[in-house]
Design a protein around this ligand. Sequence first.
Ligand code: C2O
Ligand code: CU
Length: 488
Amino acid sequence: TVVVLIVGGLFTWLWAGADVSTVGKVAFDKELAIPPLARSSVGKDGTRVFDLRMQAGETEFEEGRKTPTWGFNGSYLGPTLRAERGEKVRVRVRNSLGEASTVHWHGMHLPARMDGGPHQMVAPGATWSPRWTVNQPAATLWYHPHPHGATEQHVARGLAGLFLVDDKESAKLALPKEYGVDDLPVIVQDVRFDGAEFDHDHDFMGDLGFLGDRTLVNGTLNPYREVHDELIRLRLLNASTARTYDFGFPDGRAFALVATDGGLLERPASMDRVQLSPGERAEIVVRMRAGERVTLRSFPQDNYGDAWQRRFGGGDDSFDVLELRAADRLRPSAELPSALGELEIPDGEGAAVRGRHFDLKLSGINGRDMEMSRVDETVTRGTTEVWTVRNSNGMPHNFHVHDVQFRVLEVNGKTPPPALRGPKDTVFLPHGTTMKLALRFDGPADPDTPYMYHCHLLYHEDQGMMGQFVVVEKGQRAGIPAGHAAHA
Ligand code: C2O
Ligand code: CU
């Protein structure tokens, strides 16, 4: 009986103590930082050149407490890079850390050698200068390290930033677009402190990876932002390593979803919640009333898995993330357009030449752990494919594909909800989900340099839930990734 009592007591204690909530507890006493727009210069050949330096430093999230952190061109996070469709860009990435890392352009359509995945390691002290032509619709993309086996650590220490793509069509639309004024970047991360330092330990149910007990927005703890316009556009990025959020507002007000990972929806979709797993983005437009204070909140998520996953895997957690304070007089905003544009992604019908299946397990994808020298899939340039991705693993996962923006065709055999009807590069797959995706591969062929697909819960990715694909010309065969001759 004693044992039963002790075990029962422990169980009750764990059960009661597991979920995290900061609802009603956040002071909102620090002005939200807006990542600066990165400076750039345009060379004679028209190339826009940026400089990023990965460096270690200290950040004062709370007054008087200096936390050791990493950042780009600063101590935490990085500047916002911004370029227009059609522009040639080059980024000089200097690694001033004491260890090798990479910088991956998440969501960007670009040659595999410029992708910044685990094959493009930048040694300490070295500079890597990828260049490409931006050729995709306006979107909120981001950049972060991708060293195989250490991505979670490198991102959690603070290496992440936004890359905004603009285009002529979106410039003409009546959307809030003044950066830092009515168009706000909202980079959400969860953290835990042990004194002044970050505590990145996984808890006893750590299969999911790191779960923090507080949230940062743009590196600001307890953030508020004054706004002066009726319509505010929030570019939400879940830059957390494992945590999924379900964003909305306490009064249940509806907002307009205008863009997903890779750009604008065909038309705004009204909703009151938007769920984002690690790596996903959503652009929403919220209507403010003069003088009010509105909290951006993350709510408990009932689609998250079983009761155990909800309780211990973070699905029941809730956070007060950011307070918007509306001025007493607001500048009137133009009504949102009813149409935003057309999706440049095939719907998969008829055109698809090939289907593939991906089964997500913590022990790898399709039963195989990531292997740097093994190319898992070979895709022919210029083709459209339909990928079926399934999670029956019991815990939540997501699925991210480099180089492309895809279209979600089906979720468990049904038409996808509005939040999955825009261009996507990452999708959340809670246990019991099967999705069909249409992907078009029209980048340059490079049989020797793979792109990645993986679970973007970074601990899972580091553990090997990742695979490699190459894009080849018709009839060409995949090579062996440079520097990774297969072991005999
Ligand atoms: Cu955001 Cu393969 O990564
Ligand atoms: Cu996963």
